[in-house]
Ligand binder design. Structure first.
Ligand SMILES: [Zn+2]
Length: 275
């Protein structure tokens, strides 16, 4: 290689990477945009359970597992969704583990009723939640839930159904017909309710409420997009008795029933998340 080439090669490479960087930011892959919605930190090492604060009121130890995409890892890579994906074989292993450990899957609604009535849910109760109504919840997660006959709550932004990469309305209805799925209001367009005015909050919550009611889902549970716990009074005035945050924790109390804790699950074994 002659000296001139050696001199210019690093310059040329920097220009190349700059151009590709500009391209990437000017034209982000749609799923990259999605991937910024709920920044899930997926640690390569399992999270160590942090000490939980003092709790007040009537409390139950019921983990609420939070999943987003469930799909084969190769598909997640192709779609730039790895940060939000639990590999479908891993999800299968998670459910097999829950079964072997004697867990019973209940809905958030059942958990809420137990908190309100100060009653005990079945021993070793656990809630499985799948956020955002993605297509893969129907294609990959549902058959695995059926295999183990386990219940899951789907958090549905109703206005996103029928869009690319989301479930269709018919697929959601088919999922509901298995008797293993219930839905949770996750707004109409997955809006951060902490960043909009009351009129928009009302539209987002009540439109989704009506659309879920139209398919027979009179859910009284809400899930905050981006984990933005807000508008709790408005939610309670509109029949919502409990809501899901993205705050880490496995203790649930009636004193914070409008911001129940969840456990972010990644691709480690469930035992790594304190389950
Ligand atoms: Zn969401």
């Amino acid at each position: 290689m002659n000296r001139k080439l050696i001199y210019f090669l690093p310059v040329f490479l920097s220009i190349l990477s700059l151009v590709s960087l500009l391209n990437a930011s000017a034209n982000p892959h749609p799923s990259e945009v999605l991937a910024q919605k709920e920044p899930v930190v997926e640690p390569s090492t399992a999270p160590s359970p942090s000490p939980e604060p003092e709790f007040t009121g009537f409390c139950l130890q019921v983990p609420i597992l939070m999943y987003h995409h469930i799909q084969p890892w190769s598909q997640a890579k192709a779609k730039w969704q790895t940060a939000f994906t639990v590999d479908s074989d891993t999800f299968d292993a998670h459910l097999a583990y829950l079964k072997s450990k004697g867990y019973t899957t209940i809905s958030t609604s059942q958990l809420a009723q137990s908190l309100i009535n100060h009653s005990s849910p079945p021993a070793k109760s656990i809630v499985i939640t799948l956020d955002d109504g993605y297509q893969d919840a129907y294609t990959y997660a549902l058959p695995i839930l059926q295999k183990y006959q386990m219940h899951a709550d789907f958090l549905i932004p109703t206005g996103l159904l029928n869009n690319p990469d989301y479930m269709s309305g018919d697929q959601l209805k088919a999922a509901l017909s298995t008797g293993l799925i219930s839905t949770i209001n996750h707004t109409y367009s997955h809006t951060n309710l902490g960043a909009v005015n009351q009129e928009k909050i009302s539209f987002e919550v009540l439109t989704a409420k009506k659309q879920l009611a139209d398919i027979g889902q009179n859910t009284t549970i809400f899930g905050y997009p981006y984990g933005a716990v807000t508008a709790t009074k408005f939610l309670q005035e509109n029949d919502y008795i409990a809501a899901l945050s993205t705050i880490q924790g496995q203790t649930q109390c009636d004193s914070f029933i409008m911001s129940l804790n969840r456990t972010r699950v990644g691709n480690s074994q469930l035992s790594a998340y304190g389950i």
